[in-house]
Design a protein. Sequence first.
Length: 120
Amino acid sequence: MIQLNTHLSIIDNSGAKIAKCIKILGGSYKGCIGNTIVIAIQKAAAGRKIKSGEVYRSLVVRQEKEMSRIDGSTLSFFENSSIILNNKNIPMGTRIFGPIPKEFRKKRFMKVLSIAQGVV
């Protein structure tokens, strides 16, 4: 569950490292895996296009809170993570580090699935 002021790690190679959620899009007070949020970059790598303090849209790909699946199993991760999106809802990075859940296939994020290291 992602709320306002939640810190997220950025797991793509766009240059950002840590971000803070400042808005959940879609009219909800909490976000989960697959939701689009607005983030402010807190820490970024030096010499990259993305700088600290900039505001971007982001897609939540991991959360610490358990998520239940249709078959009755649950899925949780060790950290809250997201990837940065551009204006056309396409990932800015060219790689996603670590696994992402298979629920993105139903949400039509095929580009995210294709650049991810693994699908859980």
